[in-house]
Design a protein around this ligand. Structure first.
Ligand code: ASP
Length: 343
């Protein structure tokens, strides 16, 4: 059995956790990573070895984009063999998107990648940053028979570890900023760290870790609302180079049955645009055919997003397009759970 302490790589991308108030404007901006570590001497007490790396210019996660996802994926790829686990410090605003994107980009992951951040900067007296960071490192360090206990992309915030691609940011003020409406917590931190082993993804034996760095951003997110008109839909679906769109529909995947609407969708599908039905409800699943108002979507070939979040659906769409998946294979892949993102 391996008795050595686990090696954890801390990847700092930016976010409130490492921000300070700008003296002149009073606005929060990122400061350099070394100072972040100076502020948490407790890290030295953890039963693991911690290495750190940082984006050259840490960002507010509102500036996150696929090029940064590739950067995170590359860092993990470079250090994959040497490290037992990874903790990604990231702004909370787009953390669910990044955790989802990385879950697809990292295939056959056999080690933990835990995203975390905070609502208050680490230097703030009432900060939530220390608990989030320390517990994330502990979770990434958990081992069973010398192997990492968690082997997927998680998101840890306010005492709960979630599957990253099941989360959404639900509150801009509360410390409990995330939820995972369609999948239970993977672990909970109380007096003890309670891991729900049965809910974890298991690494597939005899598979090789693979990093996919191509994603295609020629996509669109269309949220339906009563009053959305033909001109708007026409304009969105005829955008040059469009390859796929997430339709955020009502309830269990329902939409207007007006002829112009269905005709526009049909035209887009005939041009080769992939349309995916995702509910705009925070929880629950699309079930096309349950109501008459989703029957036609099914008939014209709209893909079911089942109970995927919009955040994960966007990332899965970009990922599958990046893999050049097309036609029926695209539909099949999208409707299959690739990384535990749908039930
Ligand atoms: N705007 C910040 C960011 O997402 C908020 C946070 O870190 O929680 O980078």
């Amino acid at each position: 059995m391996n008795q050595a302490k686990p090696n954890i790589l801390l990847i700092y991308t930016g976010g409130t956790i490492g921000m300070m108030k700008d003296a002149a404007s009073g606005a929060l901006r990122a400061f350099d990573f070394d100072k972040l570590l100076e502020r948490i001497p407790e890290l030295k007490l953890l039963d693991c070895t911690i290495d750190t790396t940082s984006f050259e210019k840490p960002i507010d996660s509102s500036n996150m984009n696929p090029r940064y996802w590739m950067k995170i994926a590359e860092i993990i790829d470079t250090h994959y063999e040497a490290m037992d686990g990874f903790v990604v410090l990231h702004g909370s605003d787009t953390m669910s998107y990044s955790a989802s994107a990385l879950s697809f980009m990292l295939e056959n992951l056999a080690k933990p990648v835990i995203f975390t951040g905070s609502q208050l900067p680490i230097g703030d007296l009432r900060t939530d940053a220390k608990e989030n960071l320390i517990t994330s490192i502990q979770l990434a360090s958990l081992q069973e028979m010398g192997k990492p206990m968690i082997s997927e992309v998680g998101l840890y915030f306010e005492y709960k570890l979630y599957r990253g691609n099941r989360t959404a940011k639900i509150n801009a003020e509360h410390f409990e900023a995330f939820s995972s409406p369609n999948y239970p917590e993977l672990a909970e931190s109380g007096v003890h760290l309670k891991v729900n082993h049965d809910l974890l993804l298991r690494p597939q034996p005899n598979t090789e870790f693979k990093v996919h760095k191509q994603v295609d951003d020629n996509i669109m997110l269309i949220k339906l609302f009563p009053g959305i008109n033909k001109r708007t839909i026409e304009c969105m679906l005829n955008r040059p180079l469009l390859k796929g769109a997430i339709l955020e529909t009502y309830g269990a995947g329902n939409c207007t049955t007006e002829k112009w609407f269905i005709d526009e969708l049909k035209r887009a599908i005939n041009k080769g645009v992939h349309l995916i039905n995702v509910t705009q409800c925070p929880g629950g699943s699309v079930l096309m055919g349950q109501y008459q108002t989703s029957m036609q979507l099914m008939d014209i070939g709209v893909i079911s997003g089942k109970d995927i979040t919009s955040e994960a659906a966007i990332c899965k769409l970009m990922f599958l397009l990046g893999m050049n998946t097309s036609g029926q294979e695209f539909k099949k892949q999208f409707e299959t759970s690739l990384r535990g993102e749908m039930s």
